[in-house]
Ligand binder design. Structure first.
Ligand code: C2E
Ligand code: MG
Ligand code: MG
Length: 393
């Protein structure tokens, strides 16, 4: 297997190379402790490790071993006076089924590792023959995306957030849309990870913030004054000049800060607690609203959560999808609603598609939702029309 740390570059950039080295040594020590007699661990370079497990019989055992390694890296590491959770992605393959030379095995593990990164990091993925060629496809996607950013082929669409009881529109989330001339429409779930891996996410993220600020100001001039949320990638979130950049975008367009909400995912927020605390404090002080996205899928420390200036929790749509009906997810939703209220935060349910889901949420005190039941993300003019129609009523 090939193991690559997630976002190691951010550690070097934010904590310095000495701390980066210290993290690598800690990772190596933990991995070594998790090995068994006959296994081999090697650092191939940078933040990439290779692991040879001598006696595996099938893929299930490989996956099990990989999960064990990810487990030891999910515990926080102290770097000076801060803590970070290293996190890694693993690609694995089996001899001889997936290759019978060292070179082929390494290449296939690498392809699988990229698939793990693209699928959202922090996981282990086994090699599949269909994955080959996907890296060439990723490169094509990346070069088309660069072009799209330069040529203005990207757009923001806006998905309403509505009051569950009345369906009144309370605000919107801006979501990136890319309809490529050659590739057709490409989902952000596909291109955002590639943009992150390549660094293109920074100019892309700047574009999103700028476009959202311009739109907020334009709507305001038309008499529509509603908050708009934008998604921040963890890479953007870690930039030291983030707050200055966002303030400058607001100033450029005359967008009042309180109408701009920044969404960061729960897993991004918990990656580097100290940096998160500082960054969120600065954003809140500048007047921006903050929402924690995909809540329930990361590993929040409740102690830390209570101290962060977060106004909104967005419960991940995976928990909404099968309620009512799934007792465990019903419990999680109720608990999240209670937690948000206790912490004085709003709770927004994502991915509400049915009346039954809306009723369940309403009944249990979740007052805001977002989902196809009300509307998908729509172009700016269409969103304005939805709002105006409500005003007319
Ligand atoms: P997210 O921030 O959690 O956004 C919500 C996603 O759920 C959107 O997918 C939205 O279209 C989808 N969704 C909303 N309601 C429903 C529903 O009722 N049913 C179902 N099945 N899906 C629903 P989308 O637009 O494909 O975006 C996926 C992810 O891509 C976003 O998840 C976000 O993490 C990322 N993303 C999108 N735009 C941006 C952006 O401008 N910057 C960054 N960094 N990430 C973005
Ligand atoms: Mg979001
Ligand atoms: Mg979400």
């Amino acid at each position: 297997m090939l193991l690559d740390l997630d976002n190691f570059k951010l550690v070097n950039d934010n904590f310095g190379h000495l701390q980066g080295d210290a993290l690598l040594m800690e990772v190596a020590t933990r991995l070594q402790a998790a090995m068994r007699a006959g296994d081999t661990l090697a650092r191939l370079g940078g933040d990439e490790f290779a692991v040879v497990l001598a006696s595996l019989e099938n893929e299930a055992q490989a996956l099990y071993a990989a999960e064990r390694l990810l487990g030891v890296l999910s515990q926080p590491v102290r770097l000076g006076d801060r803590e970070i959770v290293p996190g890694a992605s693993i690609g694995h393959c089996l001899f001889p089924g997936d290759g019978d030379t060292a070179e082929t095995l390494l290449r296939h593990a690498d392809v699988a590792m990229y698939a793990a990164k693209a699928a959202g990091r922090g996981m282990a993925v086994g090699f599949r023959a269909e994955m080959e060629g996907s890296t060439a496809e990723d490169l094509r996607l990346l070069s088309r995306l660069r072009l799209a950013l330069a040529s203005g082929a990207l757009a923001l669409h806006y998905q309403p957030q509505v009051e569950a009881a009345t369906q009144r529109i309370l605000g919107a989330e801006a979501l990136l849309r890319w309809d490529d001339g050659e590739l057709g429409p490409v989902s952000p779930a596909r291109f955002i990870p590639i943009a992150e891996e390549s660094g293109l996410i920074l100019p892309l993220g700047d574009w999103v913030i700028d476009a959202a600020c311009r739109q907020i100001a334009a709507w305001r001039a038309q008499g529509i004054e509603l908050p708009v949320a934008v998604n921040l990638s963890v890479h953007q979130f870690m930039q030291t000049d983030l707050v200055g950049k966002i303030r400058a975008a607001c100033a450029r367009h005359g967008c009042p800060p309180h109408l701009l909400e920044l969404e960061i995912t729960e897993s991004a927020a918990m990656q580097s607690p100290e940096l998160t605390r500082r960054q969120l404090a600065m954003l809140a002080e500048a007047g921006f609203a903050i929402a924690l996205d995909d809540f329930g899928t990361g590993h929040s420390s409740l102690g830390r959560l209570a101290l962060l200036p977060v106004g909104k929790l967005k419960i991940d749509r995976s928990f909404v999808a099968d309620v009512p009906g799934s007792p465990s997810h019903e419990t999680i939703l109720r608990a999240a609603i209670g937690l948000a209220h206790e912490l004085g935060m709003k709770l927004v349910a994502e991915g509400v598609e049915t009346e039954a889901q809306r009723n369940f949420l309403r009944h249990h005190g979740c007052s805001i939702y977002q989902g196809w039941l009300f509307s998908k993300a729509v172009p700016a003019e269409r969103f304005a029309a939805l709002v105006s129609a409500q005003k007319a009523v």
